[in-house]
Design a protein around this ligand. Sequence first.
Ligand SMILES: C[S@@+](CC[C@H](N)C(=O)[O-])C[C@H]1O[C@@H](n2cnc3c(N)ncnc32)[C@H](O)[C@@H]1O
Length: 253
Amino acid sequence: MIVGVRDSQLYQSISSTYDTSRRADERVARRIHRAIGDAERVVNVGAGTGNYEPGDRSVTAVEPSSDMIAKRPPGSAPVVRAVAEALPFGSHRFDAAMASLTLHHWRDRRRGLAEMRRVARRQVLFLFDPVETYRFWAIEYWPAALALPSEQDVPSAADLGQVLDVVAIETVPVPIDCTDGFGAAFWGRPEAYLEPDVQQGMSWLAQLPDRELAAGAARLRADLDSGRWDERNGHLRQLTELDVGYRLVIAGS
Ligand SMILES: C[S@@+](CC[C@H](N)C(=O)[O-])C[C@H]1O[C@@H](n2cnc3c(N)ncnc32)[C@H](O)[C@@H]1O
């Protein structure tokens, strides 16, 4: 078995709505592609359905979940079923290794990062920095999410310097109309967090027990109905983008 039962069930469930709620955002994609630079051979680790894979390079995808692999659109890059912690490639096989919104799911993050470094001269990670993202207003409605295994000991962007030769950490502000429904993507559209497809497509909510998920949704709905959410956060609806802790970490050469 490549991934554990918990993981298999999680990605089976997340994959069911991934292609509708999780469409790569073009503005974020441009940032990732710029960071990949002139790399021709690219490995995309934790590739999922292929979001953010550059279409103009030679890409090899790595993904452990067969459910996510099954959702990759026809014509997407060839995919190898494997985990970041044991990349089935020789050293220096790629010019760049990319990983987007996946690091927090890895069982041994340090080992996965070391593997990215072994197989490619450049590493590019798009991730959330817990120091920032855990201040996001929605956590208040579902605080139990912080106890999930995927949220334990998540490295900060700066922590990656313990394994990689980090050359830049860039802030990636999230547009208010972001098309990729990742964890904090709906910072200015709170009603979205009440939609089952949105909840199902983001791991921090999809992993919660039904009762916990429903209780948080009921609290949010009550605050939206009473105007309390807008009293406290309504200014966010007027912004066009916000720093909610998403970072691009660029390492190597
Ligand atoms: C939130 S999805 C991100 C997918 C894609 N990179 C994207 O940006 O849409 C997280 C992905 O990480 C994968 N994953 C989980 N554990 C992993 C591991 N140990 N090594 C590599 N990928 C893993 C999951 O199967 C899932 O497809």
